[in-house]
Design a protein around this ligand. Sequence first.
Ligand SMILES: [Zn+2]
Length: 274
Amino acid sequence: MPEGHTLHRLATALDEAFAGHAVRASSPQGRFAESAALIDGRVLDRAEAYGKHLFVTVDEIDVVHVHLGLYGRFDVHRDVAEVPEPVGQVRLRLVGSGSYADLRGATACELLTSVERDVVLARLGPDPLRADADPDAAWDRIHRSRAPIAGLLMDQSVVAGIGNVYRAELLFRHRVDPFRSGRSLRAQQWREMWADLVELMTDGVRTGRIDTVRPEHLTDVEIAARGRRRGHSYVYGRAGDPCRVCGTRVRTAVLQTRNLYWCPKCQRRFRGSP
Ligand SMILES: [Zn+2]
């Protein structure tokens, strides 16, 4: 599933292609046809990401709300001489001068009023990629909860924008047992985790990859390949492989339907954890 950095990159790409100009909107597949007709020919003000949600504001009144879910894509094409015929199930197509964008496979694509957008926003926790984010709002939820921290980090009403990769990697980088309760964390630990998240996710926006491994924990081959392939991880997707720090086999388990990865030695079991 795309994590927050992907949505922020997408918002920037849409902004660069369309903001401040009238756009043609259509729904080649038909599922968004009525709403597309309502915004067709109007000025796209801006695209904004909040966590894993995308909001495209039109004429300061209407807002297209998109959630890509697991399989959605919103591909922005710029500097095109001609806009091609749509291929496949294109839910929403935006066309500007020299640019077009196709949305496919999204979980949500709906036209909202700005009031309805605010209702969606009110359900979300702070987004580490937004300058206005308040980490204390997340701490308020975390330090009162008996739920495992690994579950809380994926709860979009606690922190918006973290997905499975950032979750696993953040817990490893801070040597936190994923199963310990939110309430067992110390405020200072959370402050450090938040600062790290801001840095990691900002880097993700810049590069388009999730790279969480410090150079001293990469092999020479990996350092040489850095930037040419997908990012490197400490534990995510590495079940059974040796931990990059201590050599213990990385473990995996399903927590709330998603695979969790951790090193049982580096992330020592916290007393009281199940
Ligand atoms: Zn380890």
